[in-house]
Write a protein that binds this ligand. Structure first.
Ligand code: NAD
Length: 481
């Protein structure tokens, strides 16, 4: 069994000051596959200090040099694609095909920000028209400084890519803390940094949990900005800590995203997108479309079709060909979802398929896909993020009602619209309060488009040029021509 007691600081693996260790589990076999240090605030001090030492040189490297390093990250991940896909599946429990999609997303992200780093150089010093003949204004984009990056367990290598790639492209130096539940895939980033000759201290990786590393990083005086993806509870704590020193935050938090199926939708396609929207990654997706709003004219046939498709899903070994859904990431996450199933029973929700309807594999933190219909809008299952394979549905009488109920949420990360008319789908999409709206589509997240939510789903955007801006400060130079 691996014992991971080292932190990657200043391009060296140094022993953590922590004495606490945490088990890392394979969620399919339920076996502990590694022990990982819980981390220590002194590790955080050392990593932040290394990042500060590296900052003056790194911020003045050219955009094309930084772009070359990011291309090298993409190349190295491509070379290790198969190995990392398996490792991610093993550590997280996601099926191999989904882990492969993650790897490709991560690679595309490093590649995209390599281009953005080069482009940034060309944007420096752009003239800002101010309508004065004798005075000129020019805009420059400086890196924010040393950034802390904290990620969750549901998309290893992807959520870190969305932060690390733009941060390095911008000229920031970084301290990354991946989730202690899935720390294994991110270790590759440290190996790659060494392999490609990234200057020491530009990228530092700290293993550990919230107490050992996350909270100390979040409140560290040497951190200029924190970019966090995870739960609302922790995101809000990070924002409080940042307020104490007026540091910036970017938050990618929870969701309770709707999928709207209109009466003119193609029934087969609607079922495809409903299924993928909630049962992909065993429902552990921040953008899971966990609220189905279906027009009453097509509701019963859609529920019947979804029941058939749920029964046809194969739950099993994530590494085996033919598996559609793996286990939940941990016993703890499964218990959290099971608590909601208990609430559903107390609330008397109407079941189409529930977690008790099928026999599960002998080992693994499995939870069978669940579908409730006619869920009242007051139900806790309708309003709260469950983060598991649990779909809540209700029917609507009109487009107006569908939009109204879709927007009646504390969250606003994503949404999907399914309609026979592209024009209608776009019209509905424009009215939805969400950062991303797909229509007649799976959940595509190209690196060129922004990612992030409104309301309690977060603050700021990742990906696209907006994801780069999150790590830049705009500065204007104004003076005589
Ligand atoms: P979490 O908030 O428990 O943990 C996220 C990270 O924060 C982990 O690395 C954890 O160790 C760290 N952490 C824990 N306590 C901390 C503290 N006090 N200070 C600083 N860091 C601390 O979330 P999770 O269970 O890993 O992930 C699930 C959540 O993430 C869900 O709510 C989901 O919606 C959200 N999520 C959002 C997005 C998005 O893009 N909006 C993407 C993925 C996941």
């Amino acid at each position: 069994m691996q014992r991971l007691d080292k932190q990657f600081i200043d391009n060296q693996w140094v022993t953590s000051a922590a004495t606490r260790f945490l088990p890392v589990t394979n969620p399919f076999t339920e076996q502990v596959v590694a022990e990982v240090t819980a981390g220590d605030p002194t590790d955080v001090d050392a990593a932040v200090a290394a990042a500060h030492r590296a900052l003056p040189d790194w911020r003045t490297t050219s955009g094309s040099q930084r772009g070359a390093y990011l291309d090298a990250f993409a190349d190295a991940l491509t070379r290790r694609r198969e190995e990392l896909t398996r490792l991610s599946s093993l550590n997280n429990g996601k099926v191999l095909a989904e882990a492969a999609i993650d790897l490709d997303d991560a690679i595309a992200c490093y590649r995209y920000y390599a281009g953005q780093a080069r482009h940034l150089e060309q944007r420096q010093g752009a003239i800002v028209p101010i309508g004065m003949d004798s005075v000129e204004a020019r805009s420059y984009h400086d890196p924010v400084g040393v950034v802390g990056l904290i990620t969750p367990w549901n998309f290893p290598l992807v959520t870190s890519a969305w932060k690390l790639a733009p941060a390095l492209a911008a000229g920031c130096t970084a301290v990354l803390k991946p989730s202690e539940v899935t720390p294994l895939p991110e270790l590759a980033l440290a190996d790659i940094a060494l392999e490609i000759g990234l200057p020491a201290g530009v990228f530092n990786l700290l293993l550990g949990d919230g107490d050992g590393v996350g909270a100390p990083l979040g409140r560290h005086a040497g951190i200029d900005k924190i970019s966090f993806t995870g739960s609302n509870r922790v995101g809000e704590a990070i924002m409080h800590a940042a307020a104490d020193r007026t540091a910036g935050v970017a938050l990618e938090l929870g969701g309770k995203s709707p999928i709207l199926v209109m009466e003119d939708a193609d029934p087969g396609q609607a079922a495809d997108w409903v299924m993928a929207g909630i049962y992909f990654n065993a429902g552990q997706i921040c953008s899971a479309t966990s609220r189905l709003l279906v027009h009453e004219a097509v509701a019963d046939p859609l529920y019947a079709e979804l029941a058939n498709r749920i029964d046809a899903l194969t739950l099993g070994d994530p590494l085996a060909a033919g598996t559609d859904m793996g286990p939940m990431v941990s016993a703890r996450q499964r218990e959290a979802v099971q608590r909601y199933l208990g609430i559903a029973e107390q609330e008397g929700l109407r079941v189409v398929r529930d977690a008790r309807h099928r026999t599960l594999p002998g080992t693994g933190y499995f939870l069978a896909p669940t579908l409730y219909r006619d869920v009242p809008v007051e139900s806790r299952l309708w309003r709260e993020e469950i983060f598991g394979p649990v779909l809540c549905a209700r029917s609507v009488a009109s487009e107006t009602e569908a939009v109204e109920l879709a927007n009646d949420s504390d969250f606003g990360l994503a949404a999907t619209v399914v309609s026979g008319s592209v024009e209608r789908a776009r019209r509905i999409g424009r009215q939805l309060q969400a950062g991303s709206v797909w229509f007649n589509s799976e959940q595509l997240v190209p690196p060129e488009t922004g990612w992030g939510g409104v309301k309690r789903s977060g603050i700021g955007r990742e990906l696209g040029p907006w994801g780069l801006s999150a790590y830049l400060e705009v500065k204007h130079l104004i003076g005589p021509v």
